[in-house]
Design a protein around this ligand. Structure first.
Ligand code: EPS
Length: 402
């Protein structure tokens, strides 16, 4: 059975729902751990007023008893605290007696109606596609609020991966034009690096280079004052992976392709790379590929490949990078067009953030965790955690003789 998840929910609706299917039975699920992942996503500088309102916490509705998965669908609910203020705008079923008043309010634009699309957002393309005269019907779902539901799903994937000895982390490399000193790709094998990555949960921008981080903070402050927004880049890493996840045999089984899709699906991500990424294009092959040696097991002195060769994990740490464009809601809005009159107008301003790169890095961890959990279950199967662990142990024994 395939591991899969669906999310539902609008940014200012009642809440977000995640349904996860295909996790084996017998997996310990800690509510505290899921909530910890949710708060990691909320933490950090660059966010707007909404993060002061929300304190994301999950309620498990099904699929878990006494802290252990049952193998049945796991449904998770994250209520939106802001819903109370938005109920009149977002309620799926308006109370009968209010209908006329609400229709009037809506006509007069009193109900948060949006008719001037923001360049760079899903507003216009979505409005045309779904034939909406209120772009709120697009932006509410396009909002990055949905990524909270993904992080909840990712937290379950992480719980599975932790049992299999896999650890994930992330760090911010650039915000706008400020770049941190990036650590070498080989350092993701070392315990010091992983301790440092864990420590970044306390860092305002998830950046290990403190000098650069201070500059990044002032760049964000400057952008906020200018009514502007900033993008940036980050890295996601995973270690403890068994060699052999993914496959070279079909385009849709290559793990690099699947990871890239998962990362690209995060709003505002415009580029994704593996290991050296684009840098590899300008170097000769002799300086790109990682020589192989054998000391009781296969090892590499370098990890330019970022842990993947032929779309298959090598057993070296997986290292991925991603670049985010600046978010499209600008307090100093760009030129746009009002969709009813076709008149020139400044894009409508919705409350928003200035920079979401650190949050996106946490979402990216969740998406990478998801794809890796999927790959483990595909390769090793198992309706129970025990079956999965036994099958992995047999495989590891076989690899020892290879
Ligand atoms: C978002 C706009 C802001 C963000 C939101 C994404 O929300 P609001 O319009 O309520 O101020 O804070 O992100 C989240 C709510 C979240 O949990 O990440 C947007 O337009 O995409």
């Amino acid at each position: 059975m395939r591991l899969r998840f669906l999310t539902a929910g609008e940014s200012h609706g009642r809440g977000l729902v995640t349904i996860v299917e295909g996790l084996p039975s017998g997996l310990p699920i800690s509510l505290e751990e899921v909530n910890k992942q949710l708060s990691r996503r909320q933490w950090g500088a660059g966010r707007g007023g909404r993060m002061k309102i929300e304190r994301d916490q999950v309620t498990i509705l099904s699929g878990v008893r006494a802290g252990v998965s049952l193998g049945s669908p796991i449904a998770l609910l994250i209520p939106n605290k802001d819903w109370e203020r938005w109920q009149k705008v977002m309620d799926p079923q308006l109370p009968g007696e209010d209908t006329a008043q609400i229709a009037e309010d809506s006509r007069l634009g009193r109900l948060g109606k949006v008719t001037i699309p923001r360049p760079g957002h899903a507003d216009l393309a979505g409005g045309m596609k779904y034939n909406q005269d209120d772009l709120r019907n697009i932006l509410e779902r396009a909002s990055a609020r949905e990524t909270a539901a993904r992080v909840a799903a990712g937290a379950l994937a992480r719980a599975l991966l932790a049992r299999l000895g896999v650890q994930l982390g992330s760090e911010v490399l650039e915000i706008g034009s400020v770049a941190a000193k990036a650590r070498p790709l080989t350092s993701y094998s070392s315990d010091e690096t992983w301790q440092e990555l864990e420590g970044l949960d306390q860092s305002p921008l998830r950046c290990a280079d403190k000098t650069a981080e201070r500059e990044m903070l002032s760049a964000i402050e400057q952008a906020r004052e200018n009514g502007d927004s900033l993008g940036g880049t980050f890295r996601v890493a995973a270690r403890g992976l068994v060699p052999g996840l993914g496959s070279h045999v079909h385009w849709d089984r290559r793990l690099d392709g699947r990871l890239a899709q998962a990362l690209m699906s995060i709003g505002s991500v415009k580029a994704v790379w593996v290991g050296l990424g684009k840098e590899a294009a300008s170097l000769p092959g002799s300086r790109v590929h990682d020589p192989i040696s054998y000391h009781g097991e296969y090892v590499r002195e370098s990890n330019n490949a970022g842990g993947l060769e032929g779309g298959i994990t090598t057993g070296e740490p997986l290292i991925l990078g991603a670049a985010l464009k600046p978010i499209p809601t600008l307090y100093q809005p760009l030129e746009s067009v009002e969709i009813k009159t076709h008149r020139k107008a400044k894009a409508q301003v919705e409350r928003s953030d200035t920079c979401v790169v650190p949050a996106a890095a946490v979402v990216a961890e969740a998406m990478v965790a998801w794809v890796l959990a999927e790959a483990y279950l595909e390769k090793f199967g198992g309706d129970t955690l025990g079956d999965l662990e036994s099958s992995l142990a047999v495989y590891r024994r076989r690899l020892r003789d290879y």
